[in-house]
Design a protein around this ligand. Structure first.
Ligand code: KG4
Ligand code: ZN
Length: 340
């Protein structure tokens, strides 16, 4: 429990480094890349350039904030994939160099697995309750939407997943259609608080089993707005909050319906959410309400551990460290995974 782990996350547009003692997060520094906002989405080449500029200062700040020396670090864990290859390369190369220079082991982490293990992150002096295995986890981010049966820290059984867009993309793309800026999820979340969630209805997907589909919702939203704008060119401006509340409700209803079905079918009553979209307060409220109704114990990662961050990679790193699961210098990043 006294080992210090340095963790690196660079899979998309956030450069992050964290220092943990066991699963306790001592520092978690995140440099957000503002450069992408003007383009309304992440530009891979600009992301990898920004990671290169950020990585050293971010790591230095994480070590300093943790109040330790470099030579106290027992291992370095890093996101090997999935994500943007050029971005992953920066974190992977840095980790290899650091491991070599300090003569410590490297630990590779799958990004999605990291999001789930964020649920186990602790902070000094404030213990957080953690789920017991097996539990269900709805993992929702800009790249993933999955219902998982989590049998163990690294044994994630995927019960259902999106067949097209991820839930985060549904937020980001509908926000873009409304001209709201990037990333759209937090903006929709904020505006939805002032709106009526029943003001508008969009088409709901009918997908069998535990799978999801969000591309129809986006198209239905686009066509709905196109028609409304023909009648009134100020329609979006005049109905912004109601539009946000309605689209958010549709996304949440879709997510929760399958999660409730999975909980009923498996009989599992420990239910969690993870990933960037788990920061959505509407989704959190819906999970808490379902927990009350169906007698679940629910788990929501703290906000700072829900969107991309290195602390979650550090928790996963420590758990692998305990098992002696180390990587080697010939590891290369991967953009996609077959299983997660
Ligand atoms: O986990 P994450 O930081 O990166 C990926 O691994 O993709 O998730 C980013 C996604 C984006 O689509 C963003 O719009 C969404 O999470 N997001 C939210 C909220 N905060 C972030 N979506 C809805 N409500 C939020 N409050
Ligand atoms: Zn992520």
């Amino acid at each position: 429990m006294n080992e210090y782990i340095l963790a690196i996350e660079s899979s998309c547009d956030d450069t992050s480094a964290a220092v943990l003692r066991g699963t306790t997060v001592l520092s978690n520094v995140i440099a957000n890349q503002e450069v992408h906002r003007q383009y309304g989405g992440v530009i891979p080449e600009l992301a990898s350039r920004a990671h290169q500029q950020n990585i050293i200062p971010v790591v230095e700040a994480a070590i300093k904030q943790a109040n330790i020396q470099k030579n106290q670090i027992s291992a370095i864990s890093f996101t090997r994939g999935p994500g943007l290859l050029g971005s992953l390369l920066v974190g992977t190369s840095f980790s290899k160099a650091f491991a070599l220079a300090m003569d410590i082991p490297m630990i590779e982490i799958n990004h999605t697995n990291g999001h789930v293990l964020a649920l186990f992150a602790q902070e000094p002096d404030s213990p957080t309750p953690v789920p017991e295995f097996p539990f269900l986890c709805l993992t929702v981010s800009g790249g993933h939407t999955q219902i998982m049966k989590v049998n163990d820290y690294f044994d994630l059984e995927i019960l259902g997943k999106t067949i097209d867009d991820a839930a985060g993309e549904a937020f980001d793309k509908t926000a873009k259609i409304m001209g709201l800026g990037y990333p759209g999820g937090p903006i929709i979340n904020r505006l939805a608080k002032e709106g009526n969630p029943d003001a508008f209805q969009f088409s709901k997907p009918h997908i069998p089993g535990y799978d999801y589909s969000f591309s129809g919702l986006k198209t239905s939203f686009l066509y709905f707005l196109r028609d409304k704008l023909k009648e009134n060119e100020n329609f979006i401006e005049e109905n912004k909050a109601d539009l946000c509340a309605s689209i958010q409700k549709d996304i949440i209803d879709t997510l929760m319906k399958k999660l409730i079905k999975a909980a009923k079918d498996t009989g599992i009553r420990q239910v969690a959410i993870a990933g960037g979209v788990s920061a959505n307060t509407g989704l959190q409220d819906a999970l808490i309400a379902a927990g009350k109704k169906y007698h679940w114990q629910v788990f929501i990662p703290k906000f700072k551990f829900s969107t991309d961050n290195a602390a979650m990679i550090g928790v996963a790193g420590y758990l692998k460290y305990q098992r002696g699961e180390f990587g080697s210098q010939d590891m290369t990043p991967y953009a996609r995974t077959a299983t997660l």
